[in-house]
Design a protein around this ligand. Structure first.
Ligand SMILES: NC(=O)c1ccc[n+]([C@@H]2O[C@H](COP(=O)([O-])OP(=O)(O)OC[C@H]3O[C@@H](n4cnc5c(N)ncnc54)[C@H](O)[C@@H]3O)[C@@H](O)[C@H]2O)c1
Ligand SMILES: O=C(O)C[C@H](O)C(=O)O
Length: 448
């Protein structure tokens, strides 16, 4: 067994080569991080009977640069060469095709708590193992629980980003999850991604993840409010949050299931996670709706509008107009105030408007894209401030309840709640939203 440090990664980088390690070798966490930074591919060698070590073989120009190897400290036979095939014209990824079936994790790499899961193949029950795709910067696993309407759009955006080693869809309707995963896989050449996609029936079968997006649960039908879903969906979300926490103890949970604010708090309690690693998606969607609707009647584009949708994902949604801008100028200078009020009301009622039009189920395009947007912001460690359902920490005079607030997102979840200047009436509306969410949570606790 050899322990590979950051220096080996740097050597490989300088040589413009992949770093090949043996199955039982250890890659230090620092080396993993350095490989990600320098975009050095790490491949795991598995013993093919006729393999020739890379050191012994002359590098073939057609096969790309020869991988870097290091002599093992043990007396075990030297690791054989993997079969490396360039996945694309540009060296973005290497596809490792194991010459013989194997069972078990292909890498002995250490896993540091909180670090993204390295790009390794899942251990699949039955059938040949899927090729391990080790890509420059393509790392980690996202599990999307609920392969329904929202889940499939979230998964589509996540695989399109070509950022993760694997996206796994989970649904109690396993065939649906597997079917959508296969359908998505078929788009790889169309969209140009090498992220692996899998569909399974349980979170346990999905394996440990860096991010888990919970979309499982019932959507509302015409005539229902989101709160009508609370007890049905609490049972689903509570169970899933507990199980996800057991399978993925270091993951960030992104809750989508409605009623959003209450389900996010419920998931936080059931998971036992720190609140920084449980966040709800609604503000990104509600803000996007406001931006789109404001632009409908104006001579500007939606992405020129900036705003915050805070408070609850429902009647108590707060869109502070003091903070709304078009190209940096106050939105209220560009749109007559009666029109602005109409846009706010329509944004607040957009979920119900779509439910009424669809006649079955609820919106999923913008919701799925919004959930993926949050995951990507975290995975890229962007430090972006997005509106999200977070556990209030006293900022805005609200504490100990999940409510929509501006939150800074980093690789491991929420890094802070960001204060923005609100007018007294806006602040009062935000606090009233928090109070209503607290009341509904109390009702849920009494009912269960
Ligand atoms: N936060 C938001 O802004 C927002 C936006 C849109 C939808 N939603 C909510 O998201 C949820 C999903 O909406 P949808 O349109 O995708 O619904 P959907 O019915 O299309 O999909 C839900 C999926 O969850 C699956 N499921 C149910 N229980 C499960 C379990 N225990 N494990 C695994 N899978 C399970 C179902 O089989 C189904 O495929 C709803 O609660 C909806 O109200 C929230
Ligand atoms: O409105 C719903 O029930 C779904 C979702 O919360 C939405 O806003 O579209």
């Amino acid at each position: 067994m050899t322990v590979w440090g950051a220096d080996a990664v740097e050597d490989a980088h300088r040589a413009g080569q992949a770093l090949v390690i043996a199955a039982r070798d250890i890659l230090t966490p620092l080396a993993q991080e350095r490989a990600r930074e320098l975009q050095v591919a790490i491949t795991t060698a598995v013993t093919p009977p006729t393999a020739v070590t890379p050191r012994a073989s002359a590098p073939s120009p057609a096969a790309g640069p020869a991988p870097v190897t290091r002599a093992s400290a043990s007396t075990a036979p030297a690791p054989p060469a993997p079969v490396l095939v360039r996945a694309r014209a540009a060296p973005r990824a290497w596809v490792y095709s194991p010459p013989a079936p194997f069972v078990g994790a292909p890498s002995g790499a250490l896993y540091r708590r909180g670090a993204p899961v390295a790009g390794r193949s899942a251990v699949r029950a039955g059938g040949p193992p899927r090729p391990v795709v080790v890509g420059a910067g393509r790392t980690g696993r996202v599990v999307v629980v609920g392969a329904g309407h929202v889940g499939m759009i979230a998964a589509l955006r996540l695989v399109d980003a070509d950022q993760f080693a694997e996206v796994v869809l989970v649904d109690i309707d396993e065939g649906r999850a597997a079917g959508i995963a296969l359908d998505l896989t078929h788009t790889a050449a169309l969209s140009g991604f090498a992220t692996a996609v899998r569909g399974v029936g349980t979170v346990e079968a999905a394996g440990p993840a860096d991010y888990v997006v919970i979309t499982a649960g019932k959507p509302r039908q015409p005539g229902m409010s989101r709160s009508d879903l609370i007890s049905t969906n609490a049972a689903i979300v509570g169970d899933l949050a507990r199980r996800c926490a057991a399978v993925s103890p270091d993951a960030v949970l992104v809750v989508v299931t409605n009623p959003l604010d209450e389900m996010t708090q419920h998931a936080w309690q059931a998971s036992g996670f720190p609140s920084s690693r449980v966040v709800g998606m609604a503000g990104v969607l509600d803000t996007a709706r406001f931006q789109a609707l404001a632009a409908l009647g104006g001579s500007f584009r939606a992405d020129q509008v900036s705003a915050w949708a805070l408070g609850s994902h429902g009647e108590e949604m707060v869109i502070p107009l003091s903070q709304a801008r078009i190209d940096g100028r106050p939105l209220t200078d560009r749109i007559p105030s009666a029109d602005v009020r109409a846009v706010v009301d329509r944004a607040r009622g957009s979920g119900a408007e779509v439910v009424g039009l669809l006649r079955s189920g609820s919106a999923f395009m913008a919701p799925g894209m919004s959930a993926a947007r949050m995951v990507l912001a975290m995975a890229r460690d962007s430090g972006e401030v997005l509106p999200a359902a977070v556990l209030a920490d006293g900022t805005y005079g609200i504490r100990d309840v999940y409510v929509g607030l501006p939150a800074r997102l980093g690789r491991h979840g929420v890094t802070g709640i960001v204060p923005v200047d609100l007018q007294p009436d806006e602040l009062a509306a935000l606090r009233a939203a928090a109070d209503r969410i607290r009341e509904r949570l109390a009702d849920l606790a009494t009912a269960s």
